[in-house]
Design a protein around this ligand. Structure first.
Ligand code: ATR
Length: 283
């Protein structure tokens, strides 16, 4: 991290591991493009050092930071204030620092919702949604859907008890994989939030797609690879598919706007990810 006498404003992302993060690439490109004199850095922070590293960020002039695995819940203990929406989701991925005070936000959920709204052309309120996985990302997505009036949200998870835990206020149900595979045709939207199919294990599928029908929109929040096996099989069946790039760039754009008051260039962010990963980010 920088020294205390370097007062160039900066932003950061903290996590563990962090080396693979593309957040510095997209944020720095947008800061440059808008002529903002600031930098965005990736900082490796282990769970046992979270508190001291957060204190160091404040002392070194950091104006805001993103929070990624494994700190999205743990960071809440070190905030002065939490946005009600992030509180309802129960996780924070964006922190703003003003006059030494830390306020936490969640832009993952709204980032996902923006991406979904771009690709889903029917009325979302009536959609039957199946979310695969019940971890932190699934929680943000399920809560955001429910808070936006999408009430038929079901969850399938290896540990079905965790799936039940996400469904307060939903008209949907919790399922095991064996219960749901074979019945995918009833869903308008299916979202994979598990890491299954992520680089380097790119051949793996989160669930059997035999019963998928073309009317279902598939979203995978993975963006490396840009086209997962899950999306590839859905595309072959005629489904509309969307990878994790839109959620990633929209969550970043919302954080950027929160910190700077300015709208970053979404197309520039997408272009950078496309260059790094090779391929079509909007697959
Ligand atoms: P994140 O915060 O990114 O959502 P997470 O909290 O570790 O990550 O959640 C990952 C999700 O993927 C979990 O729902 C996990 O299932 P369990 O709740 O049963 O642990 C699911 N997951 C991860 N690896 C999996 C695998 N090999 N098979 C099935 N589900 C898996």
């Amino acid at each position: 991290m920088r020294s205390f006498d370097d007062y160039t404003p900066f932003y950061a992302v903290i996590g563990d591991p962090i080396a693979q993060s593309m957040s510095p690439d997209i944020h720095n490109a947008c800061l440059n493009q808008l002529g903002i004199d600031a930098q965005y850095e990736a900082i490796q922070v282990s769970e046992e050092h979270l508190q001291e590293q957060v204190e160091l960020l404040v002392k070194s002039g950091c104006k805001g930071f993103n929070v990624t695995i494994p700190h999205k819940l743990g960071i809440i203990d070190y905030l002065d204030e939490i946005d009600p929406y992030a509180k309802a989701i129960g996780a924070v991925n964006t922190v703003e620092i003003k006059e030494g005070r830390l306020k936490g936000y969640n832009t993952d959920g709204p980032g996902f919702f923006q991406g979904l709204s771009n690709v889903y052309e029917r009325d979302l309120i009536d959609a039957d949604v199946l979310v695969i996985g019940a971890g932190g990302a699934a929680r943000a997505i399920v809560k955001t859907l429910l808070m936006n009036g999408v009430s038929k949200v079901s969850v399938v998870n290896r540990t079905v008890l965790k799936a039940y835990g996400l469904l307060e206020g939903s008209k949907g149900s919790a399922y095991t994989f064996s219960e749901i595979e074979g019945n995918l045709s009833i869903y308008d939207i299916i979202v994979n939030t598990t890491p299954i199919g992520m680089y380097p294990e790119i051949g793996n599928l989160p669930l059997n797609t035999d019963s998928l029908q073309p009317h279902t929109t598939l979203i995978d929040i993975i963006y490396n690879p840009l086209m997962t096996e899950f999306l590839s099989q859905g595309k072959e069946k005629g489904c509309v598919v969307q990878n994790g790039v839109p959620m990633f760039v929209y969550q970043a754009a919302l954080a950027f706007k929160q910190w700077t008051g300015l709208d970053p260039d979404i197309a520039l962010m997408e272009e950078i990810i496309k260059k790094k990963l090779g391929g079509n980010p909007s697959c």
